[in-house]
Each structure stands twice: as structure tokens, then as C-alpha cells.
Design a protein. Structure first.
Lengths: 492, 93, 486
């Protein structure tokens, strides 16, 4: 088994190869690093590679294995979205503001995956401060889609999705504020899960919009996602919104499942399939996926999310509002970028933030400032919060008649870099299917369910009630046992 | 939709806008606000605002000192620091 | 010309730093006086990815204060972000409670003025809310730069906001002092004003007497002593009245008091007021306080000043005035209670008199706090007991008091013995002294017999003098009266 081959295998296959001595963590790390370096120019999936640290961690993993002291994930190469703080490794959020920032601590997720023995090879590209749906807004240049480098990888966790799709690492971390795990997973033909809000600690994740941000994982299959998610979830006293919920072994639940989904009620939100911009090929593929689920025993029911379209305006008030405040700390005083020339303190602030932030980040800060400012708060921010409740109630009502919702992940497949031009709203409208789960705090995943005529992957989204991650993963796992969309490899 | 006082927003957000930027930002913001203005059409009377997806009480920590002095490591991150202090352009009270 | 009579209206906002060991949202130490930035952890300097986690101890102290001012403790309160840029504010926002504070609708009753002019005043407290303090800007020159010390950033504060119920600087000072005593009494704040643990903002306005609408107020920021509070309000009121009488108008503004010049000066006006863009902090869920917690805190509270005051009047038989004075601080009240516990409840009043009279004067003259009094409560109690049982007369007692104060002895009885201060109550010894006085002062005797009561006092004085204060004046009076009345 060549190292390259290993990198297209599932986590269980890799774990077995390590356990049986067919490979070593160090060899896997070398393979991952080699592939990452080879593809960097073509994909720009990484902002920082950490070969020395990776080799050291891999050697340590091999050492532990010799001593007989390993967990399942030990020695497997991974990558972190460059929004997770990594002790001693620069963490940029794809921003000039933090281009030289080296955190003195690890994010909870980073800590957990290190404890599980995984070997991080570096930090993946993203939209600056996770603000974007294409990974085009990066200070380090856009990330490209492994299926077609002229196209976007999706965003904001584009680098993680591309790295997994390109067979660089079997699993990578992501964050999802409005679809940032699921949408790039769909664009790159891989599987990604955003857990329920509170499942995974936000400690050490550079904040975009605190009431919406949630860490997730991107991998090649639902089963791999289950293994990785099990490793990163759990209570963290450093995040007061972290759930004190008993850990669940999602992967064990999947292993125990049969090949059927008898009795599972899958809700198809009528409004989602009536969206104007929904591409016909995407629609067809998702409907086909629904029929596959039906063939596996699931019952399809039509449900309604009457305020589905309003999720976009609600989200684009709430997220920028929180962001405008979360990003106020980047002032050139304690860390990060400071403008070289300024007249006085105030001028230093203005120049630092004008030069340190990219255009999209500045746009969202200004929008957020506007909707919170005196005289507009009630009409925008408060109104959006009320809408948020109505939208969350719509989801709760839908779950009264179904167990999971099935929908497209995005209205189209990956578009061409630069295609959306200068109108930010065109990009915002792509989030229609994903942001509802963030507003309501619900778990959701995206798995591949087809390709369009251009050969670009299409994602199918499953959304679950609060804490129904196992149910989501199980459904996708059964689907993936029956289909092979998730096994397809990009033509690299 | 009310007119956008972009200068005031940039002032509140401490972001310097150049003349050419101002025009582009104004156009962008107008488009974004036109999008979010769709909210205004919805009757939300009697609806409690939802500021968080979790309907739980805040979790508290015990009053214990758990952080050691990390001054040197933290100051090393600063663009300008001396004598154990962060340095900024003169603050005029 | 008919000069307008003006009424002053004052409301205070007081920031009390809470006595927790760690900060309100981080595990960094709160002690005062550390080297710059040694107590500013990653959360306090707002590193990306850090999150606030609320200190239970800070909430507990807010509940204590709420109970002590008989306020409502909100079952649900919310932390908001107050957004503004300042180099000592690391996150670019302050976490504070805005629309839903943890404590609301309390009141305290304070005593204003002294002696016969004293009166009681109830000041309503609108709210008290939890928030974090900012760091400090050090304005001495570092190559033309300002230095920022973030040790204080994240220190827990309780902002206690009164209604505009005070009508003079005296009332404002009395309220501030009472609140200062109360926060120390219940242990939520050390009250150290030099270190900034108790900072006062005063909202001051004036209006013509009889007017019911409030005048335009100016807010005097950051007063760190009661003297400055008094001076700043006095100046501000004078300035506002002058301005209005000269036909000017008062603009709403935030002002600073300059103690050296004894003046206030404008910091910012309403026109350039901030737009703080408050919104609920999405990192922090609502703070929920259940009944059980409140009851637990209530059970841990010491007897509060108002309850003790009531008890001193009803059970100890003190006047309300004295009871107010004795409950002005926990230390004073504790001193008094320790003395009464040793002397017995029947001697509460003389204990109070000694403490509020001789002892208070001594302490005041020497600039010593009651807690450091060289004369301890048990000694005072022994002294009061010896006066009550007739062992010593008042004059002798004063000598014992002086000796104890000066540290010239520990034990009251030993001092009485050593200095021969025992009161002479023995009939035959007294009789000899009385007879001698009658013989030596026939004029006084005559006057008394002619109906002049005062003459008797002169004779008593002579006997006391002859006994060098050791005679029991009551017994002397009785003897004289018996001998001179046919």
C-alpha cells in the first residue's frame, strides 16, 4: 500500500494499517506533507504548513504505538482551519491583521485532537475571519477547488474541504457560522458536519459571530466524521456555552447500525425546493438522494419552513452585528498588525483597521455597526432577533412531523473564481440552505450526492433536531454504504 | 431605507475610508441593507427576541485564581511594549 | 428683584470593586499593586479565541448587596456589550449589564447632619449591576507614547445607581458614606478609596424651588473621596446657579473635578456623546439566580445595620440618633456590641455614651480608626461596670480611661487600686468631709437655706474637691440635704 493510496483511505482503514504495522505515522505525515506541498501552488489549500512539528508529532505517535499506548486516531494526519488557535504556530484567520500572530495556547479542538494522537500538518486556508462562502476573501489568496482549480472551493472552510478532497489529509477541522463547513464540503465533494451549538467548545476559535459559530469536521465519509466528532466534542469549562452533556460515541452507534433506515421520516421543506436560484441539476441530484433514502426504508414527508427566505436577511443582520463587536479587539495595541504611520491614537486605530482588514470584513463590520447604532437597533438588530425566534420555531414545528430534514446544501455547484463579481449580496444568497441551522443552533451535515454536467460535486444536506448528531451521521452512513459519490476522487 | 451616514459608521468602527472606497462601500452597503430590509415586512409583534440558540442559564465558575503571570509571553505579541506596558500613541484626556 | 430659590438635585452612581480573589470573567488575580500587566491574562488582554466565564463570587456579592438594600434580585439578568474604542479597553467593548440588571429597586435610610439638626433620609437605589473594570493608561512619557497597564482590566465592579433623591451635598455625602459602610459591612468591597475600590460619579442639576421637572444635569466623574464629593458638588451647584441666574443655560455634559483648583471642567458634551451600541453579549447566556441561592446568601449575611439599629433602640434603649451613629461602620458597631456583651445589656446606654463621647473624641483627635483603638471593648466594659456599681466616680473613671488609652495599665481594677480612685461612699468618712464643707462655707449654706438650690451644687463641689474626686457625689448630695434641711 503506497502512502498516497493510504491518503485516500478511510480513517478506519488507516488506523488498521497503522495497527497492523503496514505503515507508520511518520510515513503518513510525510505523505500528507508531500502531497500538500505538491498541490499548494495549484490549490492554495494551506496558509501554513508545519513539517517539523508534524514529523515530531508523528514520531511521538509511533513511539507510543510501540509502547502499546494508542487510541484509534493516533498517528493519523489532520489539518486545522487557520481559525483555530495553535500554540506556537501562527494563526492568521486569513487576515493581514493576524498575519504574524502566534497564539500562546491551543484551541480546545486542537488540544483534543492532539490528545487523541493525531498529527497536524498545518493550517488551512479560509475566508478572512470566516466571512465568506467561497474562500475568495483570504489575505493569502483564494483556495481553489480540487475538482477544477478555476473554481471556488467554497467557504469559509475552503482549505479544509479542499485538503480532504485532494487526499492530503483524511480529516480536517472547520467552523460553521452560516454554512462554512457544509458548503465547502458540498463544493469539494466531501462530507462535513456542523454539530449542535454548544457541542464543541469555541475556546480558541477566533470569533466571527459568537451565537452562531460552531466547530465541525470535514472528512471523506459520515463514518470518518463520526470518529473525528467524537474526539472533539465534550464539556469545556472555558466556554460558558459549552454543553455539559455526556459524551456520545457516534462511530460506535454507526458500527452497530444495519443497512436500513426503516421508519426514519425525512422531511423535505417545500420552500427549499422552490428557491429561485436553485440549479436544476442540483435539484435533480438532491431529489435523487431523497429517493435513495426512500429505498433504504426512510419515509419522505413534505414539510414547511415558511420563513426560509428570511433567514438570509436575519443572518446578515445578526452575524455582522456580533462581528462588528468581536472584531473591535483588533486595534493594533496588544497583538497583530499596527499601521506603520499615523498621526495620533485615533488615526492609528483607523489606519490599522483599514489596512489590516480586507474589504469583506470591513463591509460586515460597517453593516454590523449600522444595525446596532442608535436609532436603527430596534428596526434591524431586534427585528432580526425576533425573526430568529420565528425561524427556530419553524424548524421545531417541522421536526414534529419528521426526524431529519433533507435539502440541498447550496443552490449551485462551485462557481468560477471572481464570478460573483463585486456584489456581496450575490454571495450571501448562496447561504440560503445552511444558515437556518446556525440561527436555530441545530446540527446539520452535507454529503456528496452527485455531480453536475461539468463534473462538479453536489451536496445533500441533512438537518437534525438539537443534539441529533448520531441520527444525522447514521442516516448519511447508511446512504454512503449504498452509494459511492463520497468515494469519487477529483482529477488531480 | 434611511440614508447611510458612512462617515459616522467608519468613525464608530474606527476604519479609515479613502474617497474612492467610500463610494464603493456606500454602494455595497446600500445593496446589503436593501437585502436585510426585507425583515421590515414581517409582523413580529409579541415575539420575544432570540439572542442565543441555547435556552439555558449561564454557567458560572468558582472564584479561584487559575491564571499564572504570562506577562512576558503576552507582551511579546504586542506591536510596541516597554517597561512591562503596552505602548500606544499619546492618549489625550 | 425677586431672587429665585434654587433646589439641588443629586443622584449618585457608585462603582464598588468586589472582593473576589479572581476577576469577573477570568481566573487572573485581582490584588492591587502588582507590577504592570502581571495580572492580565490572555482573557484580560482579549487574545483572539478567548472567552469570558462569569465568576460565581461576583454574583454572590451582588446578591449580598441586593439583600442589604432590600432590593429585588433579578431571577434573570443579562450581560450586554458596551462598544467603544479606548486603549485600556482590550476587547473594544465592556461587558456590563444594561437593560436587565441583577439588582433593582432598593433603598437605604441614612442620617444627615449632627445633633439636633440631624434628620433621616431615605435614598432609593434604582439598580445595581455587574460589570468589568477597564485597565489604566499611564500618561507619563514613554518616548511620546502612553503606557497601558491591564492589571485592573476585568476586575469585578458593582455599579450602584441611586435615584436623584438627594437635595444637598451633605445628603449626597451621607448617602455615599452609608453605602461605603454597608458594602464593607457585608464584605463585598474593601472600600479602599485611594486604590479606587469605591468610586463615585455624581449627577448634579438645579431647578427653581417648586419646579417638578428636573434641570439639565452634569455628571461629575470619578470622585475618590467624600471630601472631593462635597467640594465638587458645592462647586458645581454654585456654578450652575450662577450660570442660570446670569441668563445662561446648562448643557448636559460629563465633567471632571480638579481638586487642586476646586473646580469642575468639561470632559465631553452631549453632542460628542458615544453611541455605545449595546447588545446582549452572545458569549454569555442569561444569568439565572434561583430562590435557593438567594436564601443561602441571606443566611450568610451578618446582622445588617438597619436591623441592628432597630435592635439598639428597642432592646438597648438607645436613641435613634445614637443608634445611627453606632451603626455607621461595622467596626464601630462590633466594638459597641463587644462592650455591651461584656458589661451586660443594662449598661448599654453608658457604653454607648462612652464610645460616642470620650472614645470618639480621642480617636478623632488622634486620627485613629476604631479598629485600632488602644482601649479595647472589654476594658471599656469593665470601666462602665465600675462606674455603675459605684466603685469609681465619673472623675475617677476618666482617669482610668486616660490610663488605659495611654497604655499605662491593662486591668481596670488594678488601675483603680493603684491610683486610689475608689469612690468614698462610706458614711462616716463622707460625713466628716460634709461637715467640714458646711463649716467652711457658711455663705453657701445660708443661700441654700434661703431657697437657692444652686448653692447646694457649690457645696457638693467643695466636698468632691476635698475628696479629690473620690467621694460619691450622689451620697454627698443626700448627706448635705439631710444636714441642711430642718
Amino acid at each position: 500500500m503506497s502512502a498516497e493510496r493510504l491518503l485516500t483511505s478511510s480513517l478506519r482503514e488507516l488506523a488498521a494499517a497503522l495497527a497492523e504495522g503496514r505503515t507508520r505515522a511518520e510515513a503518513l505525515a510525510e505523505a500528507a506533507l508531500g502531497r500538500a506541498q505538491a498541490l499548494q501552488e495549484r490549490l492554495n489549500a494551506f496558509i501554513t504548513l508545519t513539517p517539523e512539528r508534524a514529523r515530531e508529532a508523528a514520531r511521538a505517535a509511533d513511539e507510543r504505538r510501540r509502547a502499546g499506548n494508542v487510541s484509534l486516531l493516533s498517528g493519523l494526519p489532520i489539518a486545522h482551519k487557520d481559525l483555530f488557535c495553535t500554540k506556537g504556530v501562527r494563526t492568521t484567520a486569513a487576515s493581514r491583521m493576524l498575519a504574524g500572530f502566534v497564539p500562546p495556547y491551543d484551541a480546545f479542538v486542537v488540544e483534543r485532537l492532539a490528545q487523541a494522537g493525531t498529527v497536524s500538518i498545518g493550517k488551512t486556508n479560509l475566508d478572512e475571519f470566516a466571512m465568506g462562502s467561497a474562500n475568495e476573501h483570504s489575505h493569502f489568496g483564494p483556495c481553489r477547488n480540487p475538482w477544477n482549480p478555476e473554481r471556488i472551493a467554497g467557504g469559509s472552510s475552503g482549505g479544509s474541504a479542499a485538503a480532504v478532497a485532494a487526499g492530503i489529509v483524511p480529516v480536517a477541522t472547520g467552523t460553521d457560522t452560516g454554512g462554512s463547513v457544509r458548503q465547502p464540503a458540498a463544493m469539494c465533494g466531501v462530507t462535513g458536519i456542523k454539530p449542535s451549538y454548544g457541542r464543541v467548545s469555541r475556546y480558541g476559535i477566533i470569533a466571527y459571530a459568537s451565537s452562531l459559530d460552531q466547530a465541525g469536521v470535514i472528512s471523506r465519509s459520515a463514518e470518518d466524521c463520526a470518529l473525528a466528532l467524537t474526539a472533539i466534542e465534550g464539556f469545556d469549562p472555558r466556554d460558558s456555552t459549552s454543553l455539559d452533556h455526556p459524551a456520545e460515541d457516534h462511530a460506535a452507534a454507526l458500527a452497530a447500525a444495519g443497512g436500513r433506515l426503516d421508519g426514519l421520516r425525512l422531511g423535505l421543506p417545500r420552500e427549499f425546493f422552490a428557491v429561485e436560484g436553485l440549479d436544476a441539476e442540483v435539484r435533480r441530484a438532491v431529489e435523487e438522494a431523497a429517493r435513495t433514502y426512500e429505498s433504504l426504508g426512510a419515509r419522505l414527508v413534505e414539510v414547511s419552513l415558511p420563513r426560509a427566505e428570511l433567514a438570509i436577511p436575519a443572518y446578515y443582520v445578526i452575524a455582522p452585528a456580533e462581528a462588528s463587536s468581536n472584531l473591535a479587539r483588533y486595534d493594533g495595541v496588544r497583538y497583530g498588525y499596527r499601521a506603520p504611520d499615523y498621526a495620533d491614537l485615533d488615526n492609528m486605530y483607523r489606519k490599522t483597521r483599514a489596512q489590516g482588514f480586507g474589504e469583506e470584513v470591513k463591509r460586515r463590520i460597517l453593516v454590523g455597526t449600522y444595525v446596532l447604532s442608535h436609532g436603527y437597533y430596534d428596526a434591524y438588530y431586534l427585528q432580526a432577533q425576533k425573526l430568529r425566534r420565528l425561524i427556530a420555531e419553524d424548524y421545531a414545528r417541522a421536526f414534529a412531523s419528521c426526524d431529519l430534514l433533507l435539502a440541498p446544501t447550496a443552490p449551485t455547484t462551485a462557481w468560477l473564481l471572481g464570478e460573483k463579481g463585486q456584489d456581496p449580496v450575490q454571495e450571501y444568497l448562496q447561504d440560503i440552505y445552511t444558515i437556518g441551522a446556525n440561527l436555530a443552533g441545530l446540527p446539520a451535515l452535507s454529503h456528496p450526492c452527485g455531480v453536475d454536467a461539468a463534473g462538479l460535486p453536489i451536496g445533500c444536506q441533512l438537518i437534525g433536531p438539537y443534539l441529533a448528531e448520531t441520527r444525522l451521521l447514521l442516516a448519511a452512513h447508511v446512504f454512503q454504504q449504498k452509494t459511492d459519490w463520497h468515494r469519487r476522487l477529483p482529477p488531480l | 431605507m434611511p440614508a447611510i451616514d458612512l462617515d459616522r459608521l467608519a468613525e464608530l468602527a474606527r476604519i479609515e475610508l479613502t474617497a474612492e472606497h467610500t463610494a464603493a462601500f456606500r454602494a455595497d452597503l446600500e445593496r446589503v441593507l436593501a437585502l436585510v430590509d426585507r425583515l421590515q415586512a414581517v409582523d413580529t409583534s409579541g415575539v420575544e427576541p432570540m439572542s442565543h440558540p441555547l435556552d439555558l442559564p449561564q454557567r458560572l465558575r468558582e472564584d479561584a485564581v487559575t491564571e499564572a503571570d504570562q506577562r512576558d509571553a503576552l507582551l511579546a505579541l504586542a506591536p510596541a511594549a516597554e517597561h512591562g506596558l503596552y505602548l500606544v500613541p499619546k492618549v489625550i484626556e | 428683584m425677586n431672587r429665585t430659590d434654587w433646589e439641588t438635585v443629586i443622584g449618585l452612581e457608585i462603582h464598588a470593586q468586589l472582593t473576589t480573589r479572581s476577576k469577573i470573567f477570568s481566573g487572573a488575580f485581582t490584588a492591587f499593586g502588582a507590577e504592570p500587566n502581571r495580572q492580565a491574562c490572555a482573557i484580560d488582554v482579549a487574545l483572539p479565541g478567548t472567552l469570558p466565564v462569569l465568576n460565581r463570587g461576583a454574583v454572590e456579592r451582588a446578591i449580598r448587596l441586593g439583600l442589604a438594600i432590600e432590593a429585588e434580585i433579578a431571577e434573570r439578568s443579562v450581560f450586554a456589550r458596551k462598544n467603544y474604542f479606548y486603549p485600556d479597553l482590550p476587547k473594544g467593548y465592556q461587558i456590563s449589564q444594561y437593560e436587565l440588571p441583577v439588582v433593582k429597586n432598593g433603598a437605604i435610610t441614612v442620617q444627615v447632619g449632627e445633633g439636633d439638626a440631624a434628620y433621616e433620609k431615605t435614598v432609593r437605589i434604582t439598580r445595581a449591576h455587574l460589570e468589568e473594570d477597564a485597565g489604566k493608561s499611564l500618561h507619563e512619557d514613554f518616548h511620546g507614547m502612553t503606557g497601558i497597564d491591564l492589571n485592573r482590566a476585568g476586575t469585578p465592579l458593582l455599579e450602584i445607581v441611586s435615584e436623584p433623591d438627594m437635595r444637598s451635598a451633605e445628603e449626597a455625602v451621607a448617602y455615599a458614606r452609608a453605602l461605603h459602610a454597608l458594602v464593607r459591612w457585608i464584605g463585598v468591597c474593601d472600600g479602599n478609596m485611594q486604590e479606587g475600590s469605591f468610586r463615585i460619579d455624581a449627577n448634579v442639576s438645579v431647578r427653581p424651588k417648586g419646579e417638578t421637572r428636573l434641570g439639565t444635569r452634569r455628571e461629575i466623574k470619578n470622585l475618590n473621596s467624600f471630601r472631593f464629593l462635597q467640594q465638587a458638588i458645592d462647586y458645581e451647584v454654585r456654578w450652575q446657579i450662577e450660570t442660570l441666574e446670569e441668563g445662561g443655560t446648562v448643557q448636559q455634559a460629563t465633567v471632571l473635578f480638579d481638586p487642586e483648583r476646586g473646580e469642575t471642567r468639561v470632559m465631553r458634551t452631549k453632542e460628542n456623546a458615544h453611541d455605545y451600541r449595546y447588545f446582549p453579549d452572545p458569549d454569555l447566556l442569561p444569568l439565572v439566580i434561583d430562590r435557593a441561592w438567594i436564601e443561602e446568601v441571606r443566611a450568610s449575611l451578618p446582622e445588617l445595620p438597619q436591623a441592628l439599629r432597630r435592635r439598639l433602640v428597642e432592646e438597648h434603649g438607645l436613641t435613634r440618633y445614637d443608634a445611627n451613629l453606632l451603626t455607621a461602620s461595622k467596626e464601630l458597631a462590633d466594638y459597641y456590641l463587644a462592650a455591651v456583651a461584656a458589661a451586660g445589656p443594662a449598661l448599654a446606654k453608658p457604653c454607648a455614651n462612652w464610645i460616642l463621647g470620650e472614645l470618639a473624641a480621642k480617636l478623632n483627635r488622634s486620627g485613629i480608626e476604631i479598629g485600632e483603638s488602644p482601649l479595647r471593648p472589654l476594658q471599656l466594659a469593665a470601666l462602665v461596670r465600675r462606674v455603675a456599681d459605684g466603685t469609681i466616680a465619673h472623675a475617677g473613671a476618666k482617669k482610668v480611661f486616660e490610663a488605659l488609652w495611654a497604655g499605662e495599665g491593662e486591668d481596670v481594677d488594678t488601675i483603680i487600686e493603684a491610683r486610689g480612685l475608689k469612690q468614698v461612699s462610706d458614711e462616716s468618712a463622707l460625713e466628716a468631709l460634709v461637715d467640714a464643707a458646711i463649716a467652711a462655707h457658711p455663705k453657701s449654706v445660708e443661700e441654700f437655706r434661703a431657697g437657692k438650690e444652686k448653692a447646694l451644687n457649690a457645696l457638693v463641689g467643695q466636698v468632691m474637691k476635698a475628696s479629690r474626686g473620690a467621694a460619691n457625689p450622689q451620697r454627698v448630695t443626700e448627706l448635705l440635704r439631710r444636714k441642711l434641711t430642718p
